[in-house]
Design a protein around this ligand. Structure first.
Ligand code: DAH
Length: 342
């Protein structure tokens, strides 16, 4: 019996020396330690061993089993170390200076234009504020001089939430909180996503971006408004732009205006892009209504201010010549990745 144990030990010893992979180790394990393996077969001969030798026989087979287990583990560790070394060597062979062909992604055109505008206004002393997309009736309408049942509410088809709150329909919804937070004097812009329950087409989307701006101080007048808008638009378009104001009605400004810029494509002569009018409607604005200042806790006798609501999505479409607004929300990376910042 001892002969069998030692010949098994010897043949295992020869085989384990030669293994080169984890698969081969596993094969050996099954061959020797598996249910139908050599060690089990040896152990099954215990019943034929005379009683007085049973104990010694059992011990020597168990001893062999432990030795085999130990050697299998050693072989496993040895091969794992070799594998690791092979990986390290192959990494060293890799030329890290070779040019990569990796798609690095790009910023969304809205992000690009938004950052540009933020930078321009920061350089003119404005802070950039953030405001939540969910707000309430007070902030979105009442604090903006749009009481319940006011016809102006019809202009903005609103998504109401079951909590009674709503998705902000315009960035003007942040005016009241920002006035209360900072008081006067104040210069702030607040870009953000807005939502309206609109039917979509090439020019309309249920989700779009605006940048709201307010400037409040003593003696602020319409000329300040024109100056800031003209400066900002000239910076964005990289050339001097001509602007004009037309009267417009918004309950939170008095007087209210529509600010148009002269068409940059035809220079005001008239072309399909400006529907032959020579002008493009870009930014509603006006002098903040005294009621809105009061709701914001600002002394309307002492302070005046202007506000504007720039259509950021529109601006991005103009700047990047995007013909269909739906491209912006499409998630179509092929279309969106072609836009690069200046
Ligand atoms: N909040 C208005 C809208 O989305 C746009 C607007 C008009 C904003 C006049 C203003 C403003 O700040 O003065 O329809």
């Amino acid at each position: 019996m001892d002969d069998k144990t030692s010949s098994l030990r010897q043949s295992f010893g020869e085989l384990i020396e030669k293994v080169k992979s984890s698969d081969e180790i596993e094969q050996l394990r099954v061959e020797f330690l598996g249910k139908k393996g050599h060690v089990s077969a040896l152990m099954s001969q215990l019943k034929t061993v005379p009683n007085e030798q049973k104990k010694a026989f059992g011990q020597s087979v168990n001893q062999l089993k432990q030795e085999i287990e130990g050697q299998l583990k050693e072989a496993h560790d040895r091969i794992a170390a070799l594998e690791e070394q092979r990986l390290i060597n192959s990494a060293e062979d890799y030329d890290v200076t070779l040019p990569m062909d990796i798609d690095t992604g790009s910023y969304h055109p809205i992000t690009l234009v938004m950052r540009e505008i933020e930078e321009i206004f920061r350089s003119m002393g404005f802070t950039v504020e953030d405001f939540s997309e969910i707000t309430d009736d007070y902030n979105c309408f009442e604090a903006l001089n749009i009481p319940k049942h006011h016809p102006a509410r019809d202009m903005q088809d609103t998504y109401y939430l079951s909590s009674g709150q709503l998705l902000k329909t315009h960035t003007s919804a942040a005016q009241n909180s920002i006035m209360k937070k900072y008081g006067a004097p104040l210069r702030a812009i607040f870009p953000g996503r807005c939502f309206r329950n609109e039917s979509t087409d090439a020019c309309h989307e249920t989700t779009f971006f605006q940048v709201e701006g307010i400037m409040i101080d003593e003696d602020i007048s319409i000329s300040n408004l024109i100056y800031f808008m003209k400066t900002m638009l000239s910076e964005v378009f990289g050339k001097d732009v001509t602007v004009r104001l037309r009267p417009g009605f918004f309950p939170f400004v008095e007087p209210g205006f529509e600010l148009d810029i002269q068409c940059l494509i035809c220079g005001g002569e008239g072309c399909p892009s400006c529907k032959n009018s020579g002008w493009l409607e870009l930014c509603p604005c006006g002098m903040i209504h005294p009621n809105v200042l009061k709701y914001g806790g600002i002394d309307s006798e002492k302070y005046t201010g202007f506000a504007f609501g720039l259509g950021l999505t529109r601006l991005a479409m103009m700047q990047y010549e995007i013909k269909d607004i739906r491209t912006l929300n499409s998630g179509n990376l092929k279309a969106l990745s072609q836009f690069k910042g200046k």
